[in-house]
Write a protein that binds this ligand. Structure first.
Ligand SMILES: [Fe+2]
Length: 285
């Protein structure tokens, strides 16, 4: 299987200037088409639309937006078409990886035309983005048999080689399932099929200098050390699925994070809140 590696664009063009990059992370939108009968359908599309508006309105513009999976609820074409329609409103380039709710084929047929994904059909969605101050590696943790993460020697080997190729430049990894124990979670703190897979991934990460591992899936903000770097998760954009304690006054306000690369070689993260639409109701969890 061949995964696409984009041509290297050197940041040496910016000699003398510390690499700088701002990333907005969206995740777990679980979009359902408004035409469906689901009570939460209009709310989830609205959550994403408000996030797009808020990202575009940030005082400090972001360089890229990443979506770390579970873009859709049932992975049907209509949900991906809706996602595309809303996400096309972003001013910054978007990079996506699949979650357990996604279909690789659906994601690829919808976002493949953007040109960065490579592969075909249901191939794992894995790629390297070289167009920014920090290289971004999209890594696919999807399992074909469960909602949990599953890795194989091919995918781990690909990641090891991709990280080795980035050894002289800042690099971050984005993927859906967190390989850490999200101890704050009362639902399911560990989301790999086996600890051995998570340990093998940690071994690969530990071999390289990785600025951050960005994850979704847990629907809450959390972070821990992983292979010598920081692995973090962020709240789901779908407000009816968000985990964690938030003030009642926040209601259905959307929460997302912006990660800013620092000269020290790591990212610093800040949460942003986009207010609820007037009259918007939170669906029952
Ligand atoms: Fe999710």
């Amino acid at each position: 299987m061949v995964y696409k590696q984009q041509a290297f664009l050197s940041i040496k063009d910016h000699a003398g200037i510390a690499p700088h990059m701002r990333i907005a992370q969206l995740t777990d939108t679980h979009l359902t088409t408004p035409e469906s009968d689901a009570e939460h359908a209009p709310g989830r599309a609205d959550d994403l639309a408000r996030a797009v508006e808020a990202v575009n309105a940030l005082e400090l513009e972001v360089d890229v937006v990443i979506h770390t999976g579970d873009m859709t609820q049932t992975a049907v074409d209509a949900e991906y078409n809706l996602a595309r329609e809303i996400l096309d409103g972003l001013n910054a380039p978007l990079y996506v990886v699949p979650g357990n709710r996604d279909s690789r084929g659906g994601l690829r047929s919808t976002f493949g035309p953007d040109g960065y994904m490579g592969g075909q059909g249901d191939d794992p969605v894995m790629y390297v983005i070289n167009d920014h101050a920090v290289r971004l590696i999209g890594f696919d943790t999807q399992s074909s048999t469960s909602m949990l993460a599953n890795l194989c020697a091919d995918r781990l080997g690909w990641l090891d080689a991709a990280l080795a190729d980035c050894s002289n430049e800042p690099v971050a990894v984005m993927m859906h399932h967190p390989p850490i124990w999200v101890k704050a979670s009362t639902v399911k703190p560990f989301n790999f099929e086996t600890q051995e897979d998570a340990d093998a991934l940690e071994g690969v990460i530990a071999k390289h200098d990785v600025a951050r591992v960005f994850c979704g899936h847990s629907h809450r903000a959390y972070g821990d050390d992983f292979g010598g770097t920081e692995c973090t998760t962020v709240p789901s954009l779908a407000t009816d699925l968000r985990q964690g304690d938030y003030p009642d006054a926040m209601g259905a306000s959307v929460v997302f994070q912006v990660h800013e690369y620092s000269p020290e070689g790591r990212f610093q993260s800040q949460s942003h809140v986009a207010g609820a639409k007037a009259g918007h109701q939170v669906a029952a969890a």
